[in-house]
Design a protein around this ligand. Structure first.
Ligand SMILES: [Mg+2]
Length: 242
């Protein structure tokens, strides 16, 4: 971990698992999707156990979010159908399942308790605040989810990587874009995120200071700093600014 001392003017956040408690929402949404798929298949005369469908979907979820970075849930459900040898059953209901999934995901992923208070502290102290988050794979969905949050008014700009930029994180382009929109040099920005796969390399390549919020043992990669909660980000950034 290096020591970084540079004038911080902007604080930029990741969304899921950084500001929002999304792990629970993701799991409940996947379970609900598996139930929808179960019902649809049963209507067509194909009976699969709900638990088995959920188990297979969890493997697809891990693969798509991890190695593949493929966020379009329509593709996830179609992958399941293909694995079951049921690709011919694909239809408009597949996208309906995706919309239902995001509805549950959004409803079941509340902000961490210290999210809004932390943003308010930074806002009051004169920092510019932004969000850089990857597309949900369904255009417009991520922005819609952010706009549901009561802290949205504290954000000066939202960059949805993969929609506002051609590439998703960890490409450095969404980080360059957010700095440009805030009118700041990326070197004067801090990025706060949780995911070692997506949140560290791009932010650092753009020149930002990277602070990882440690959630459930995500300890790969080399952030500049590591904290256990958003509340701990506050003294760190005030110290960097001084
Ligand atoms: Mg995240």
């Amino acid at each position: 971990m290096r020591t970084v001392k540079q004038r911080v003017q902007g604080v930029i956040f990741d969304l899921d698992n950084t500001l929002l408690r999304s792990r629970r929402g993701a799991l409940r949404a996947l379970k609900s999707a598996s139930e929808m798929i179960h019902e649809h298949l049963a209507k067509q005369g194909y009976v699969y156990g709900k638990a088995e469908l959920l188990r297979q979907l969890r493997l697809i979820d891990q693969f798509m979010l991890g190695k593949k970075r493929l966020y379009n849930r329509d593709v996830w459900w179609k992958t399941l159908l293909r694995e079951l040898g049921l690709s011919h059953l694909s239809g408009t209901w597949v996208h309906q399942t995706t919309l239902h999934y995001w509805k549950i995901y959004a409803a079941e992923s509340p902000p961490f308790k210290d999210a809004e208070p932390t943003l308010k502290v930074f806002k009051k102290a004169g920092f510019k605040i932004g969000v850089v988050s990857d597309s949900d794979g369904t255009p417009g969905m991520k922005r819609k989810r952010i706009r549901l949050q009561s802290f949205r008014t504290l954000l000066e700009t939202i960059v949805v990587a993969g929609e506002d930029t051609p590439k998703v994180k960890p490409s450095k382009t969404p980080f360059m874009l957010v700095a440009r929109r805030l009118g700041l040099n990326p070197k004067n920005c801090v990025y706060v995120g949780d995911n070692p796969r997506t949140d560290i390399d791009g932010a650092k390549a753009a020149g930002m200071v990277m602070i990882r919020v440690r959630r459930d043992g995500n300890n790969m990669g080399h952030p500049d700093y590591e904290v256990r909660s958003l509340r701990e980000v506050q003294p760190l950034i005030f110290n960097l600014r001084s």
